[in-house]
Design a binder for this molecule. Structure first.
Ligand code: SAM
Length: 275
């Protein structure tokens, strides 16, 4: 049976490889050959949106001009933004039960790197509010959510979600922290929204531009889109912006084991910068 590649001309293939190299260079996003079909479909959607006849035209605009709208659209199309509230309870429980009680009694800074649409960032805010109440959390904590993709940051700032983002959220928390705004649509309450600040940040560009170190960094479900050298440089750069004694939370499926990193493993998905 013939394999459909979606590409019919050799110049399409050449352009695809150049766009792929641009993505890797710019964002660290690495598409293995077996994911080629996925990349083709995603880039095709960008061609359709911008009215380009194919990948050679996309390539010439992408590489030949400084159109940040096009660059942003290609990066957004190439990223996987799947996320939802209260993802991976195992590490969230560890955060709530062990990390939060161990944090110093001072103004706390949390960073959610690769936050996508903000579900994870607001999840952290809700966990803290459950422990400390909204008033104390607001006085004590600032939470930064960042992502390379502009549209997801815009959605995070809006705080509006369809119910599929909330399927793993306990109903009592939906009631406490969300307002229904339409059919199967919810808005995070302003008190929670105001605890979180969202910005664009490319994890490929280190050192990261922060003046103060973070007490806790969440960086989940993004490292596996990077190749090994970029994984190594990312976890090192995260280390450098973390307070001594601070924490890194990854997904349980992302191990730092082979990355020769300075982080001390604590348990699955949990790492610490030893003081
Ligand atoms: C699968 S989502 C993970 C969202 C959330 N951390 C979670 O675990 O549910 C991966 C996110 O990483 C972002 N991303 C990919 N490459 C990035 C880079 N170089 N810098 C910052 N964010 C990046 C994507 O835009 C996407 O929103």
């Amino acid at each position: 049976m013939p394999v459909f590649t979606g590409l019919t001309r050799p110049d399409d293939e050449t352009s695809l490889q150049r766009i792929k190299a641009w993505l890797h260079e710019r964002a660290g996003i690495f598409y293995e050959e077996k994911k080629k079909e996925l990349l083709i479909n995603r880039l095709q959607r960008v061609c359709d949106r911008f009215g380009y006849s194919g990948f050679p035209e996309l390539e010439s605009h992408l590489l030949g001009s400084q159109s940040s709208e096009l660059q942003s659209a290609v990066i957004h199309a190439a990223t996987t933004n799947h996320t939802y509230f209260f993802r991976e309870p195992q590490v969230l429980n560890y955060f709530a039960r062990h990390i939060v009680p161990s944090l110093p009694n001072e103004k706390l800074r949390l960073w959610n790197a690769a936050a996508s649409t903000g579900d994870e960032t607001y999840t952290l805010a809700m966990i803290l509010c459950e422990q400390w109440g909204i008033g104390e959390t607001a006085a004590k904590v600032s939470i930064l959510g960042t992502d390379i993709s502009a549209p997801v940051i815009a959605q995070a700032e809006s705080g509006i979600y369809t119910f599929n983002h909330l399927e793993h959220t306990p109903p009592s928390l939906i009631e406490r922290y969300f307002q229904p705004t339409g059919i199967e649509q919810y808005r995070i309450r302003d008190e929670i929204r105001h605890l979180c600040l969202f910005r664009r940040l490319n994890l490929k560009l280190s050192p990261y531009p922060f003046r103060r170190l973070f007490h806790v960094v969440f960086c989940r479900n993004v490292l596996y889109y990077f190749d090994k050298p970029h994984q190594i440089s990312t976890v090192q750069a995260l280390y450098e912006v973390t307070e001594p004694g601070g924490w890194l939370v990854t997904s349980v499926t992302e191990s730092l084991r082979d990355l020769n990193s300075p982080w001390t493993p604590v348990t699955s998905g949990i790492y610490r910068k030893m003081a």
